[in-house]
Write a protein that binds this ligand. Structure first.
Ligand SMILES: [Zn+2]
Length: 327
């Protein structure tokens, strides 16, 4: 499923770029201001009429850029609510007090792509196909992915692997915890796609290798390894989820600029071990190739064609279950 997701994501970017060009050249000026440039159009957004959605500890201000949509507004707002529920389930609250969410209709089906900003208050822009169906929205991962970004302080560009890695790793777990996906689907996707994050020839560690595979899947691999190590060190009582909740509890979110050291040590402190800092010291400056086959075997995840079989007698089976357990 994740491969399909990522292909869709790449497609989304390419389609967005194509649409962007189309918008700039032929569409009404009113719409282009919502898509022009690579910044959030805060001023234009603030002029739109908004619908507010209450979330635990916060509010989402939803604005629709001009343009027709096949689905009624209610259905689109339901999708925003469903996505925010997954995020609040994972983090124990919504990561920011106030989020500006701009939805921009573009030609075609499905949800196309998203971007998150923090520098003038947390903001997300998502492009959504005019012909998107209810089913497209139910299966969409883009909204939850972008909302995961709101939970992490803004880091220096070279640590994009941590930001994207957390989003790739947490998005499906949050959706399983909220009841929107099955654990089987996401472990299958992880076992199939995680090897894309392994270092290739010439790799200089996560901090110094700016490739798509290392940024998204290398980052996700870091998160999975950290989750398992935190759980091993705490008798499976705490995990990455508790560590990242600790960042929010300490006032960290995407509206703040933090160093990676501060993010990792704050997260470590919340779970009482130094797993994240230690793992970054190992994997940041040099290529590290973990034995993924052994990890899947120990977690009790066996690839079985288009699905996986779970082995509950495997040594880390309890950790695998705890990762997707709602808490
Ligand atoms: Zn992202």
């Amino acid at each position: 499923m994740m491969r399909a997701l990522l292909l869709r994501w790449i497609t989304a970017i390419m389609l967005s770029a194509a649409t962007l060009a189309g918008v700039a050249s032929s569409r009404a000026e009113a719409q282009s201001e919502f898509m022009r440039g690579d910044r959030m159009p805060y001023d234009a957004f603030d002029r739109l009429r908004k619908t507010d959605i209450d979330v635990p500890n916060g509010v989402i201000h939803v604005g629709f850029a001009p343009g027709e949509m096949a689905l009624p507004k209610d259905k689109i707002l339901d999708w925003v609510k469903m996505s925010s529920r997954a995020i609040s389930t994972y983090y124990g609250r919504f990561p920011v007090d106030s989020l500006r969410l701009l939805l921009v209709p573009v030609d075609g089906p499905r949800v196309r792509g998203g971007t998150t900003w923090g520098y003038r208050g947390a903001a997300i822009r998502v492009t959504i196909g005019r012909d998107a169906s209810e089913d497209d929205l139910k299966r969409d991962w883009v909204m939850v992915h972008e909302m995961v970004h709101t939970a992490l302080p803004d880091l220096d560009d070279r640590y994009g692997w941590l930001s994207e890695g957390l989003a790739v790793y947490i998005e499906p777990i949050a959706r399983v915890q909220a009841g929107d996906l099955t654990a089987r689907e996401i472990w299958h996707a992880m076992a199939r796609d995680m090897p894309k994050g392994l270092p290739q020839a010439g790799d200089r560690g996560l901090d110094n290798t700016d490739t798509w595979g290392r940024k998204y899947w290398g980052g996700a691999m870091f998160c999975l390894l950290a989750d398992v190590e935190i759980r091993k060190a705490t008798n499976n009582k705490l995990g990455l989820q508790d560590a990242m909740r600790g960042v929010i509890a300490a006032g960290g979110n995407h509206e703040k600029d933090w160093t990676i050291e501060r993010v990792l040590s704050t997260a470590d402190k919340a779970v009482g071990v130094d797993v994240l800092t230690r793992l970054h010291n190992e994997m940041g400056p040099k290529p590290v190739t973990p034995d993924l086959a052994t990890l899947w075997r120990e977690l009790g995840v066996r690839m079985n064609g288009e699905s996986v079989a779970f082995d509950d007698s495997a040594p880390l089976a309890a950790i695998r279950k705890a990762i997707t357990e709602r808490r």
